[in-house]
Unconditional design. Sequence first.
Length: 255
Amino acid sequence: MGTVRNHIQDLAKDRKSFQSHAPLKPNLHPQWHSLKFEEIIKLDGSTAFLNIDSQNSLLSEKGSGSAEGIWKRARARGGSLENTLRLVEACRKRGIPCFWFRYERFRRDSAKFPATVLDTVQWAYWRSAYEDERSVGWDMGFVDEVKGQVRDEDIEMVYPGHGSIFASTNLQKHFNAKGIRTLLITGYHTDWCVEMAARDAREFGYIPIVIGDACGTASEEAHESALERINAGFAPVLSTESIINFLVHAGKRRP
């Protein structure tokens, strides 16, 4: 934990103290203005932190998806990786459960991941980029900074690589068993798995909140466009600073 905390401190050096509702594109949509977030983001076990696909494939310079450039923006000062680590630390302090997701692009087990001819040719094409099974395993693994944050009590899940963390997983069983309703969503890609998570969460009756500056995708334009869609149709988009502020004040209100 010390190494991760030092990483956060190094990345956040010379930053100002936390602010409430720090500027973030897009601005919170007017439809959400009447929401009382302090009553939604609770410390009674009904709120969970979700992180999607903080994997070597996307966040490492040597990952199979490095050409997209997500890793560069994520690792910049004040980028999504720093914000993710700060959010996890804040959630830990408030006892909020953490869920970690990784995508599996290679559906070798047809019993677990029903395949079609489209899957067969697409996965074969993707697989051609790897030299051996060891490189496949590394690519799927969490980046070291995130790996250092995952604890035994956390929930880790692997889901099919077409986007929905609700597909082919028992995620809802965990949520329902624990009484979780509010989901603090972070991760990659904003315009793919993150957006699908927000959409599906609404369909299944949960309360998704997307932390916009703790997400990322292949371009800033695509990232902002996805946040606009999410904010306008499916879930409030808030900043890391805002969420940490809510958690701090929620802790002070807690009996």
